[in-house]
Design a protein around this ligand. Structure first.
Ligand code: C2E
Ligand code: MG
Ligand code: MG
Ligand code: MG
Length: 288
């Protein structure tokens, strides 16, 4: 009986698995072509200083403008790319594009996401160094975002890789903090310069007491370790008030801006610079 059921279940599910497998293979093949055809685009989301709300950086996020399926978000293709070595190529492509395009975004940091799988890729750091040289991009303006699993999986080579990057002046951010199993103890063993508190905690600020307690604790401990604290997914003024009260440094989210095409991000930064120089001029005038 059990055997019969098992076989039945097998027959029932097998076509679906087969379909999903084929779908992944198709997406994979299309993604290879997309990389060659330049269908992958970057958008830039501002990161602001919590006190002044000034833009201090942008996170580069990848988008796939598919000719028939339209714009595809990374959630639908990054996991596919991670299933093969394609993710190494994809992240290298995004890094190069970001370093080139960031010339339009002067004076601020540019953050680029790195899949944890890249940490096991021996040439990763050499590739980053080569890209920085070839694009003539200041390493101190580059921030690499890695997730908790990347530091938990990190072999001693991975640890060395991060130290080498840090040695060049590249900043290292721990993304989606709180969703994995890393603790601040792990953080201390790596040259992490920023913690990005995951948006699931920010969403519940003012809703769940636990969320506020966790965010406050992470901010306080992170600050005492000399690490920059950023909140992601900030959507409301109330969430921002909590972050100010706790002493978080930076915030990112729809409250300030969604991810923007390069031209719009550059325009926003330009408007900020103009507003500031006018304010400085007015300030100087008052002292005449
Ligand atoms: P992430 O690095 O944590 O990026 C933040 C995600 O939150 C982005 O989604 C962003 O659009 C979204 N977001 C920003 N503000 C808000 C907000 O106020 N509320 C909410 N609910 N969401 C907000 P996106 O662009 O779909 O990216 C999803 C994930 O895909 C990223 O999460 C990152 O892990 C990955 N990813 C994106 N670009 C790349 C890339 O070039 N390479 C790699 N390896 N991964 C990437
Ligand atoms: Mg990120
Ligand atoms: Mg994140
Ligand atoms: Mg996230």
């Amino acid at each position: 009986r059990a055997k019969a059921e098992g076989r039945g279940a097998y027959r029932l599910f097998e076509p679906r698995f087969e379909r999903e497998r084929l779908e992944r293979r198709r997406t994979e093949a299309e993604l290879v072509a997309a990389l060659d055809k330049g269908e992958l685009k970057l958008v830039f989301q501002p990161q602001v200083d919590v006190e002044s709300e000034r833009i201090v950086g942008f996170e580069a996020l990848v988008r796939w403008d598919h000719p028939t399926r339209g714009r595809i978000l990374p959630g639908a293709f990054i996991p596919v790319a991670e299933g093969s070595r394609l993710i190494n190529r994809l992240d290298a492509y995004v890094l190069r594009q970001a370093c080139e395009q960031a010339k339009e975004l002067p004076g601020v940091t540019i953050s680029v996401n790195m899949s944890p799988l890249n940490m096991r890729h021996a040439g990763m750091v050499d590739n980053i160094i080569a890209t920085l040289r070839q694009t003539d991009f200041d390493p101190r303006r580059l921030e690499i975002e890695i997730t908790e699993s990347a530091i938990l999986d990190a072999s001693s080579e991975g640890q060395d890789a991060l130290a080498r990057l840090r040695g060049l002046g590249v900043r290292l951010a721990l993304d989606d903090f709180g969703t994995g199993h890393a603790s601040l103890v792990h953080v201390r063993r790596f040259p992490i310069t920023k913690i990005k508190i995951d948006k699931s905690f920010i969403l519940n600020l003012g809703v769940q007491r636990d969320a506020a307690a966790i965010v406050e604790y992470v901010v306080r401990l992170g600050r005492s370790l000399g690490i920059t604290l950023t909140a992601e997914g900030v959507e409301t003024r109330e969430q921002l008030r909590f972050l100010r009260a706790f002493g978080a440094h930076q915030a990112q989210g729809y409250l300030f801006s969604p991810p923007l095409p390069l031209a719009a991000a550059a325009a926003l930064l330009k408007r900020q610079a103009e507003a500031e120089s006018q304010r400085a001029l007015r300030g100087a005038g008052e002292h005449l």
